[in-house]
Design a protein around this ligand. Structure first.
Ligand SMILES: [Zn+2]
Length: 114
């Protein structure tokens, strides 16, 4: 279940962010879930329940926000959502010289606590 490895990373990152902001507990966390991760929301939520145990996140609620995959074209500098219709190439210049800039990871958008 690769959702668990994402959750462990999220919890680690959240603990670090909480320390940086002098928070002793985390009550709420909002995480962006990239579509390329292939993570299933329900499995992420279940994995989070296990990963947060005995940490400062033990009472935290997790909200998930789905993130579309976004690529940036290195030929024409346009951002686009890669689709199968264009073989994941740039729909503007049809170039394949692109890199994924969003949707590849799970990242913390917001963290609240005290
Ligand atoms: Zn292009």
């Amino acid at each position: 279940m690769h959702e668990m490895s994402y959750c462990i990373k999220i919890v680690d990152e959240a603990i670090r962010a909480a320390k940086d902001n002098n928070l002793s507990t985390v009550s709420e966390i909002v995480v962006s879930v990239g579509k390329m991760t292939g993570c299933v929301d329900e499995l992420l939520l279940n994995a989070f329940e296990a990963a947060k145990k005995n940490t400062i996140l033990s009472n935290a609620t997790l909200t998930l926000v789905s993130q579309e995959v976004v690529a940036t074209c290195l030929d024409c500098n346009k951002d686009y959502v890669p689709t199968r219709e264009f073989n994941y190439a740039c729909p503007i210049c049809k170039g394949f010289n692109s890199k994924i800039i969003k949707g590849r990871n799970c990242t913390i958008l917001k963290l609240m606590g005290d």
